[in-house]
Design a protein around this ligand. Structure first.
Ligand code: 8X3
Length: 261
């Protein structure tokens, strides 16, 4: 808790799933003694999360801001326009991301390709660049990138999503190497199946298809990944948990999933 005290934490995709759970987990770990900048497209969801955090922790500072990271031109003005109280970011959680469809190469919608790359890759890179300027000026700060098993173990039907997550991994590696002489830390967390809105979005609201992803397993939940993110960030300054691959006990690779009948 002391290691988080007074820190400013920026989370993308904070309206639901792993992003929301991570906001709650940081607030709990710091007993409210943090400043959270919560961003996503859905402002009402951010507002209600902010309200619920403020009810729980009287000392917490929360700034909900509409941000669509796929709109890369909006990122720099967002970072530069942060109110002074929230401007000195200490921790960046690059969580916003999505998969659209399981179509095979040759039948992938061009718009879906653009949305996935714009959000998962270009948005993440652009925001990281903007925040890195703040970090370099003070020689500290943490960047946590959400990768995926999909970035390590690509599967048929995941042509674009897997490529975006492999890009995240490559980018995380380069950053860690470039920042070798600084105190800036780069962490990557790579989940397997986690039951969030992820599959509903991938299958465009088809609840049966979404449910089938987790059927017969005891899937990880958003809070399970949030715990690991907060654990990584709260290690000693000299410690970098560079990469964490996280599965439920039922999963051992992208395609090795034990399902109870
Ligand atoms: C989510 C995991 O395997 O469905 O990143 O792509 S997977």
């Amino acid at each position: 808790a002391e290691r988080l005290s007074g820190k400013t934490i920026l989370i993308t995709g904070a309206s639901a799933g792993i992003g929301e759970a991570t906001a709650r987990e940081f607030a709990a770990a710091a007993n409210g003694n943090v400043k959270l900048v919560l961003t996503a497209r859905r402002k009402e969801k951010l507002d209600s999360l902010a309200e619920s955090l403020k009810l729980e922790y009287s000392n917490i500072k929360v700034l909900p801001v509409t941000l669509d990271v796929s709109d890369v031109l909006s990122i720099e003005p967002f970072v530069n326009g942060l109110p002074t109280e929230f401007a000195d970011i200490d921790v960046l959680i690059n969580n916003a991301g999505l998969a659209l469809g399981r179509d095979e190469v040759g039948s992938i919608d061009a718009k879906d390709i653009a949305t996935m790359f714009n959000t998962n890759v270009l948005g993440l890179i652009t925001l990281t660049q903007a925040v890195l300027r703040i970090y370099k000026a003070k020689n500290s700060g943490d960047i946590v990138n959400l990768g995926s098993i999909a970035g390590r173990d690509p599967y048929p039907g995941g042509g674009i999503y897997c490529a975006t997550k492999a890009s995240v991994k490559s980018f995380s590696h380069v950053l860690r190497k470039e920042l070798i002489s600084t105190k800036i830390r780069v962490l990557e967390v790579d989940p397997g199946n986690v039951e969030t809105e992820f599959s509903q979005i991938r299958f465009r609201g088809d609840k049966d298809k979404a449910k089938a992803v987790y059927a017969g397993t005891e899937p990880l939940l958003a809070e399970d990944i949030a715990e690991i993110i907060v654990f990584g960030v709260t290690r000693k300054q000299k410690t970098v948990i560079a990469e964490t691959l996280v599965f439920s006990t039922n999963q051992a690779s992208a395609s090795h999933l034990y399902r109870e009948q």
